[in-house]
Write a protein that binds this ligand. Structure first.
Ligand code: LMR
Length: 406
């Protein structure tokens, strides 16, 4: 008789609140099933999209016989890091010109946040990090596992389905001096609600006056407005005042490189010598975690960002994705209005970015999954990027039924 497993006491863990939705969707055999859970762009035909410019860059890389598969340095591809910093902070950023920025290639947005969190836990005096309520489900896990102490600040007001700006100012105003504050650079996930530029400036002033440390999560640059520069404005405002800040960048959505896991983590410091010491410590964070990052995705990004023609082609394809999402918002809103679905659905067209925070409750979501095979996170978030003109009537029917019965 064999002895019981040494892991016999391991308990079954719940599925991830976002990626678990895809697991459930994959098990459903209904032909009408629809996955609006994970934030991943789909075409009008409901298919994943590889951008033409990405295909072109990959072709060039494959054809270049001089390319090898050697290890990258611990902090990744140098060109990729420089170009990523320019993309987020602006080509003419004084912080970059003064060598006050250190940028390291990481494993997409999540890996960038994680490296940043580890660095802060080791080298920053204040362990409290304030995250918006609500926020991306992985944020609290990434920060707490690194040893930071996660607190929240008010962000979303369910009654207006907009920003709770007063609550936000009050909560940041009473945070301990020096606390870290996680800010979504644009297209807040899950709510699709962003501060205006005037509000951003008020947030900046308050944070600087209290010495709070901004940590931007930029997962959707270009996906919110269709413009890379406009979407980076809030971060650039904070950098322009000469103060310090951290930023995590992802190329998952804006270049459609989800599975390539390509992103960057930057720290803007007050002086070049500090930035260089910070970089030396980031290497010590990265090396025992995954040694050094993968080469392929970063090479695609660097190829596109350094070639004017390819960069322009990217911006056109990016804008087309952003515009299609905006169009889906209008179509869904019109469909619900035409049906006379109870409630005010104007937030669908007011919110921006990949997601709509519908206001549907857990029971209504469960009803829509059971009766209509529509999959979404239980907080009522839907990925607008997963919709098409063909599937909107089905979603509108489901929302109509859910708000009438549940
Ligand atoms: C999402 O919120 O759906 C995306 O950021 C994907 C993920 O990793 O959760």
């Amino acid at each position: 008789m064999s002895t019981p497993s040494v892991f016999a006491n391991v308990v079954q863990a719940p599925e991830d609140s976002i990626l678990g939705v895809t697991v459930a969707y994959n098990k459903d055999s209904s032909p009408i099933k629809l996955n609006l859970g994970v934030g991943a762009y789909r075409t009008e035909e409901g298919k994943p999209l590889v951008l033409n410019v990405v295909r072109r860059a990959e072709q060039m890389l494959v054809n270049d016989q001089s390319r090898v598969k050697e290890y990258l340095p611990i902090i990744g591809l140098a060109d990729f890091n420089k170009l990523s910093a320019k993309l987020i902070f602006g080509a003419d950023s004084p912080a970059i010109q003064e060598n006050r920025v250190t940028t390291v290639q990481c494993l997409s947005g999540t890996g960038s946040l994680r490296v940043g969190a580890e660095f802060l836990a080791r080298h920053y005096h204040e362990k409290a990090i304030y995250i918006p309520q609500p926020t991306w489900g992985n944020h609290p896990k990434v920060f707490s596992i690194a040893g930071l102490s996660v607190k929240s600040y008010r962000y979303y007001d369910p009654t207006t389905r907009g920003l709770d700006f007063q609550g936000l100012l009050e909560d940041l105003g009473s945070a301990p001096s020096g606390a870290i504050v996680l800010l979504h650079a644009c297209a807040h996930n899950p709510t699709g609600v962003d501060p205006t530029l005037e509000q951003w400036d008020q947030i900046r002033q308050l944070m600087r006056s209290k010495g709070l440390l901004p940590f931007f999560d930029s997962a959707y640059q270009g996906f919110a407005s269709g413009s890379l520069d406009a979407d980076a404005q809030p971060i650039r405002m904070f950098v322009a005042d000469g103060g310090e800040c951290l930023a995590a960048q992802s190329y998952a959505k804006n270049m459609g490189l989800y599975g390539e896991r390509v992103g960057a983590f930057s720290i803007v410091c007050k002086a070049a010598d500090v930035a260089s010491r910070v970089e030396s410590q980031l290497k010590l964070v990265i090396r025992p975690m995954y040694s050094n990052p993968p080469i392929h995705g970063a090479s695609i990004v660097a190829t596109i960002l350094k070639d004017r023609d390819m960069y322009n082609e990217w911006t056109v394809e990016l804008k087309a994705m952003a515009d299609r999402i905006i169009n889906m918002r209008q179509q869904l809103f019109d469909a619900l209005k035409a049906k006379g679905t109870p409630g005010d659905w104007s937030h669908i067209i007011k919110q921006i970015g990949m997601f709509t925070f519908t206001g549907l409750n857990t029971n209504q979501v469960a009803f829509m999954t059971k009766e209509y095979h529509i999959y979404m996170t239980s907080d009522g978030r839907i990925s607008m990027a997963g919709l098409s003109s063909r599937t909107i009537p089905h979603l509108a029917d489901a929302i109509h039924a859910a708000t009438s019965v549940a």
